[in-house]
Design a protein around this ligand. Structure first.
Ligand SMILES: Nc1ncnc2c1ncn2[C@@H]1O[C@H](COP(=O)(O)OP(=O)(O)OP(=O)(O)O)[C@@H](O)[C@H]1O
Ligand SMILES: [Mg+2]
Length: 249
């Protein structure tokens, strides 16, 4: 185990091929404990694939991911979650016929601490409060608005008891007020002790929240640094101008 001050996550030369497509091309970076660390880049840049490689839902073709000093290569997603590294999905995946509270309970039961009974209920209540879903606890997930569904996606991940939370476009499709609410939530989660990795297209949120970020384009890291510098890097500006997706301000 590394000293507490070392990086919590070390991504070293991670490459992922899907047949002939090089989705990730030797991507490396480190995330420090307590950071809000963003991963940005145009559509198809490899951002979601990177998160999939981190949490073991996809195995890298080569390279290494170390979490708190432990190599994660070869571990399944549930094994990675049980170590405290969890991601949300860009396309939300609630159990639509189950209530909001029961969706969250699944995370508590099968996550890191396998909570049962009163402990599971306490975790569900705590997460409902943190994600401002307490007033929706007993409704079926299928009736939630997109903003609520995104918060439920975060809630389900939180219920697993993570140390590192990877958020894949949790602000996608939200209106400005909901984005503001999501930004407050992300900051509160970090201030509560979590390390956050965040894939996000909303540049205002990226600039306002991130301590540091990496920029991917066609699977390669093209920039890294503090938002004020990295977002204005000429290679980053060119990558976005060459794509029909605007960096949404
Ligand atoms: N399971 C898969 N099989 C084959 N190709 C895949 C698979 N998953 C992703 N890809 C391809 O890998 C590339 C990177 O996809 P990825 O979803 O990681 O991009 P992204 O940066 O998350 O994009 P977006 O901003 O649109 O979400 C794309 O060309 C995509 O089509
Ligand atoms: Mg994606």
């Amino acid at each position: 185990m590394p000293a507490e001050g070392g990086p919590i996550l070390t991504v070293a030369s991670v490459t992922k091929r899907f047949g002939g497509l090089l989705a990730l091309d030797s991507v490396s970076f480190e995330v420090q404990r307590g950071e809000i660390f963003s991963v940005i880049g145009p559509n198809g840049a490899g951002k979601t694939t990177l998160f999939s490689c981190l949490v073991g839902s996809v195995q890298p073709t080569s390279g290494s991911v170390r979490f708190r000093g432990e190599e994660l290569s070869g571990l399944r997603n549930d094994q990675v979650v049980s170590r405290g590294l969890v991601r949300t999905h860009q396309i939300v995946r609630p159990f639509r016929e189950m209530t909001v509270a029961d969706n969250i309970r699944v995370g508590a039961l099968y996550g890191r601490s396998h909570l049962r009974g009163a402990k599971a209920r306490a975790r569900v209540d705590e997460v409902l409060t943190r994600t401002e879903l307490a007033h929706r606890a007993t409704v079926k997930a299928g009736v939630l608005s997109i903003g609520e569904l995104k918060r439920l996606e975060i809630a389900r991940a939180l219920a697993t008891g993570p140390e590192v939370l990877c958020l894949d476009e949790v602000m996608g499709g939200l209106n400005p007020a909901e984005i503001q609410q999501a930004m407050v939530l992300v900051r509160a989660l970090r201030d509560g002790g979590l390390t956050i990795l965040m894939i996000e297209h909303h540049v205002h949120a990226v600039a306002g929240l991130s301590d540091r970020l990496v920029v991917l384009n066609f699977g390669k890291k093209i920039a890294e640094g503090r938002p004020a510098e990295a977002l204005h890097d000429p290679a980053v500006v060119a990558a976005y101008l060459g794509d029909d997706t605007e960096v949404r301000a």
